[in-house]
Design a protein around this ligand. Structure first.
Ligand code: SAM
Length: 204
């Protein structure tokens, strides 16, 4: 490799690293126009693994925060039918996209609501379970979002958080556990390695 090429590769690497650091320090929602990231296959944080962590049952009411374009939602809706799945996202375009895909597949048990996870518009103890995957790190106040999840899930329910290393907003299992416990959730189990995992918590 010539010196010039090496320098260009170094600059490109530094730019990517700088952008990743900037994103970590300035949490914000993955914009709809960059949805190709959420439409790609999700290694390690697979749907069967989510199913194992979530243990959904037919007839239950579940909440997904930050469904993106419906990577998990469309499957989860099938697992809990005739129950229903509430999907909640700060971007209406993500919700519209998920609902369109659901309609195309004849899935009718998804209800969508737009808003910010730091303040959920649901009564206490509404859901049998709630989950969010590669979302927590995008929320400016993770503690507030976790507190809200603990509030809206029934005392015998569960909250599942999925994270994938490489996502600029990745939350480590240690940080997640600290924040979740401060928010009133009790750690139960982690499925997967720190590089790609689902952690399950129970409301205290
Ligand atoms: C990286 S995408 C993940 C999508 C999906 N969970 C997946 O894994 O394919 C993050 C999603 O969380 C949503 N989101 C980010 N911040 C949010 C907030 N404060 N409240 C609700 N949704 C939020 C984004 O709009 C986006 O749909």
């Amino acid at each position: 490799m010539t010196t010039r090429l090496k320098r260009m590769a170094g600059l490109a690497g530094a730019a990517v690293l700088g952008a990743a650091l900037w994103w970590r320090r300035n949490p914000s929602a993955c914009p709809y126009n960059q949805r190709f990231w959420v439409q790609a296959p999700h290694p390690l944080i697979t749907r069967p693994r989510l199913r194992e962590a979530l243990a959904p049952a037919p007839g239950q009411r579940l909440l997904e925060v930050g469904p993106g374009t419906g990577y998990y939602a469309l499957e989860v809706a099938g697992w809990i039918a005739p129950g229903h799945l509430d999907v909640f996202d700060v971007q209406q375009e993500m919700l519209d996209h998920t609902l369109l895909r659901a309609e195309q597949r004849g899935i009718a048990n998804i209800v969508a609501l737009q808003g910010d996870a730091r303040s959920l518009p649901f009564e206490d103890d509404t859901f049998d379970a709630a989950y969010l995957v590669t979302v927590l790190g995008e929320i400016p106040d993770q503690q507030a979002a976790l507190r809200e999840l603990a509030r809206v899930v029934r005392p015998d329910g569960r909250v599942v958080v999925g994270e994938l290393f490489g996502d600029p907003h990745w939350v480590s299992p240690r940080k997640l556990r600290e924040r979740a416990e401060r928010a009133g959730l009790r750690f139960e189990q982690r499925l997967g390695s720190p590089l790609g995992y689902f952690a399950r918590f129970a409301p205290r």
